[in-house]
Design a protein around this ligand. Structure first.
Ligand SMILES: C[S@@+](CC[C@H](N)C(=O)[O-])C[C@H]1O[C@@H](n2cnc3c(N)ncnc32)[C@H](O)[C@@H]1O
Length: 236
């Protein structure tokens, strides 16, 4: 019998890759596209767009959105899951954008890029899965040129507001059941647990600063269920 894939790893995502995009749309009630649009805006390059790095690129939705938003840009997407990347490559090819993107199997804690190679660095719903988040944020900082942007989208525990009970019920009850049902995998239970274990927005913003990012801001979406962290690589 094969051991179950460790939760949150590339191996786990290999197992659910085929249904990942559908799961995303359903679980996020279709709002994931709006959140990714905000991430793309946060990465607007000051001058001419160069290459973005999209860490935990998965099925390449962020890569596609960046290429469409910034003509002339390129994207290097990095992810340990070969199956997620295979779907991403198909989507890029169908969109006629494969020539502007490279999807590379790798780890966010050791990015396969030289210093200052990227004009901006993104990670969308991926940093929760990376064992050493500080190392990943430092790597993203290392590969980003001075003045370049950081944008991190991540789920959070809904904490405040009138609709907080509804948002908590959605995350803790609906998401695991819907995820297990749609993916045929019990691993979607892990989603709620990992969200509850994620640092508060203030603590995560501090981690971005510790990794060397400046001008760090936090924007909340959907009753605090999602946060967009934006920052800038200090000028040289
Ligand atoms: C929830 S998916 C997000 C995919 C995509 N960014 C999106 O917005 O839909 C999380 C991704 O993190 C990847 N991942 C897991 N561990 C990682 C690591 N150490 N470094 C980089 N990516 C990792 C998984 O393989 C998976 O594709």
């Amino acid at each position: 019998m094969t051991a179950p894939a460790r939760l949150g790893t590339g191996a786990m995502f290999d197992g659910i890759a085929r249904r990942y995009d559908l799961l995303n749309r359903v679980i996020s009630l279709g709002l994931d596209r709006r959140w990714r649009r905000a991430l793309v805006q946060a990465l607007a390059p000051g001058g001419r767009a160069g290459a973005f790095v999209d860490v935990a690129t998965g099925t390449a939705d962020v890569a596609l959105a960046l290429l469409r938003a910034y003509p002339g840009s390129r994207v290097v997407g990095v992810d340990p899951s070969g199956n997620m990347l295979a779907i991403g490559r198909t989507k890029l090819a169908r969109a006629g954008l494969a020539g502007r993107a490279a999807l590379v199997q790798g780890d966010g804690q050791r990015l396969p890029l030289p210093d200052g190679a990227a004009c901006g660095a993104a990670i969308s719903f991926g940093i929760r899965n990376v064992p050493d988040r500080l190392a990943c944020l430092r790597e993203m900082r290392r590969v980003t040129r001075p003045g370049g942007a950081l944008a991190v989208l991540e789920l959070g525990e809904p904490r405040e507001g009138l609709l907080q009970p509804f948002a908590r019920w959605h995350v803790h009850t609906v998401v695991p059941r819907l995820g297990a049902w749609l993916s045929g995998s019990r691993e979607y239970r892990y989603l709620a647990e990992s969200i509850a274990a994620f640092p508060t927005p203030d603590a995560f913003a501090d981690l971005c600063r510790e990794a060397g990012w400046t001008d760090v801001t936090v924007r909340a979406f959907s009753f605090d269920a999602v946060h967009l962290y934006a920052g800038r690589a200090p000028d040289a």
